[in-house]
Ligand binder design. Structure first.
Ligand SMILES: Cc1cc2nc3c(=O)[nH]c(=O)nc-3n(C[C@H](O)[C@H](O)[C@H](O)COP(=O)(O)OP(=O)(O)OC[C@H]3O[C@@H](n4cnc5c(N)ncnc54)[C@H](O)[C@@H]3O)c2cc1C
Length: 466
């Protein structure tokens, strides 16, 4: 027997570690409810995890096996189980955050100490950290160079799921509930997370929207993106399967424009790997700026501003709609994530770590590498970040990407009856007019033009230019 330790690879198909284990011995699939990991979890992510585990277990049961769920410290419970079963070894797929990497080193040592084999595999990404590098240094900090190499590298094909004969005849205890783990119900309506839901998403996306992706992806009401993030986060779909679907889409493209749209989507998959590399080599960037400014950035302490941002009550409609989408769905459209992050870090000049912490708690698809990468990009502190002098204007962004204000009206009911042009010029309307149109909706908490100047000054000072 061979133990496969599932972590963020909650699927049977296209799973490299699982396939490698199944090639040698009947596999005992295991998940460990690890206190050190649960400590960092949030209600919405626990809900995603439990939904994915239930779907995974069902697939194992369909094959006459089961998912063994253990609780405790993987350094102890994994070797213990493997020794009890007389297994040859324990295998798993790599993870790239600092915490995960440290844990894996410790588990490997414990498994080997018990006289067993420990084996890890690259699965979640195509090209591991250290395999796409500049002439000097271990990782690229400029995405476009990374992308060119990533795009031209050969990509592995998807692999099939193990069959009943590959799996050990084991049975597991019932899964705990969120309450058993000490988590309340999430505030947001959680998405369904599992291989079936993931595959449905992928199929629907490559069937049409992928061919308009480069045009539609920036418009939050067009449903132009894949919505695969929560599945890539939990590994309920394999990256090789996703990529193979994009290759098939390329072959089915009717013209150059469609091919470019598919390639634009592939380049988002490469962003994900770019940030995984950056985090792997810079685990401290979860807490620290990637690019430290000479004099340090003088972030403001503004608990009221932060609370208004979290509640979606800044008086900037597109920002508020995004923050309310987050609380309602555990998801925010990418363009709006950027606008809301820019508003927090530039208009409010609040430290990106506050925003990261909120997204981390509220996003169903929270993935450390992408979340830190996105925040540091918006705050102009990251790799290949938004230059500090390019500050999003939330009104013009709203006008451009949500011209009919449909997105805003969907998430901010107080603005439901307000015409789009008034929504887009909310900050300029006389107070009397605002009260008349939407008495429940707040006035802008700051003046964007003023705050823009103040942010520029702050960043110039941080650079030692004043
Ligand atoms: C401040 C901020 C925070 C973010 N936090 C997260 C996060 O916690 N988890 C997360 O997966 N993404 C995060 N992103 C990136 C992006 O917003 C989401 O990946 C995307 O909105 C998910 O929707 P989708 O699956 O429909 O994306 P699609 O547009 O369909 O993209 C396909 C996949 O590519 C990857 N991807 C797309 N854009 C990016 C990007 N900019 N960086 C890295 N990978 C990307 C994701 O895995 C995504 O699922 C963040 C962006 C910002 C600006």
């Amino acid at each position: 027997m061979y133990v496969h330790w599932h972590r963020r690879d909650l699927r049977l198909a296209d799973n490299r570690g699982l396939a490698a284990a199944a090639d040698r011995e009947p596999v005992v699939p295991v998940f460990v409810l690890d206190d050190a990991v649960l400590e960092h979890a949030s209600p919405i992510r626990i809900s995603g995890l439990l939904s994915a585990l239930a779907a995974l277990r069902e697939r194992y049961r369909d094959r006459g096996s089961d998912l063994v769920v253990l609780a405790g410290d993987p350094r102890e419970v994994l070797p213990e189980l493997a020794v009890d079963l007389g297994a040859e070894g324990v295998g798993w797929n790599d993870d790239y955050s600092g915490l995960a990497a440290d844990r894996d080193v410790a588990v490997r040592a414990a498994v080997e100490e018990a006289g067993l084999e420990a084996e890890s595999h690259r699965d979640a990404i195509f090209h591991g950290p250290g395999s796409i590098t500049p002439n000097q240094g271990e990782f690229y900090s400029v995405y476009s160079y990374f992308w060119k190499k990533w795009r031209d590298r050969e990509k592995a094909e998807p692999i099939g799921a193990p069959t009943a004969g590959d799996l050990a005849d084991v049975s597991g205890d019932p899964l705990p509930s969120a309450a058993d783990l000490g988590f309340p119900e999430p505030e947001a309506d959680p998405p369904e997370v599992g291989p079936g839901a993931a595959r449905d998403r992928l199929e629907a996306f490559v069937d049409g929207p992928i061919y308009r992706y480069d045009e539609d992806r920036d418009y939050p009401t067009r449903e132009g993106t894949s919505r695969l993030s929560v599945h890539l986060k939990w590994g309920t779909i394999g990256i090789r399967e996703v990529y193979a679907a994009t290759v098939a889409a390329l072959e089915g493209a009717d013209d150059e424009a469609e091919r470019e749209a598919v390639e634009e989507f592939q380049s988002q998959l490469a962003w994900r790997e770019f940030y995984a590399h950056v985090l792997h080599f810079n685990p401290e960037t979860v807490h620290e700026n990637f690019n430290e400014y000479e004099e340090g950035i003088e972030w403001r302490t503004d608990p009221e501003g932060l609370a208004a941002w979290k509640r979606g009550e800044t008086g900037y409609p597109i920002v508020d709609a995004g923050m309310r989408q987050l609380r309602r769905e555990g998801y925010v459209h990418n363009r709006v994530r950027m606008i809301a992050a820019s508003f927090l870090t530039k208009d409010l000049l609040i430290d990106w770590r506050e925003g990261y912490d909120w997204y981390r708690r509220k996003l169903a698809d929270h993935e450390t590498a992408n979340d830190v990468g996105g925040w540091q990009w918006a705050a102009s502190t990251g790799t290949d970040a938004q230059p500090y002098f390019r500050i999003f204007n939330p009104m013009t962004q709203g006008e451009r990407y949500d011209p009919d204000a449909e997105y805003v009206r969907e998430y901010v009911p107080a603005l439901a009856g307000v015409p789009a042009d008034a929504i887009h010029s909310w900050h300029e309307l006389p107070v009397r007019k605002r009260r008349e149109l939407a008495p429940e909706y707040p006035d802008p908490i700051v003046d964007h033009a003023e705050r823009r100047e103040e942010a520029l000054e702050t960043f110039r000072r941080a650079r030692g230019e004043e």
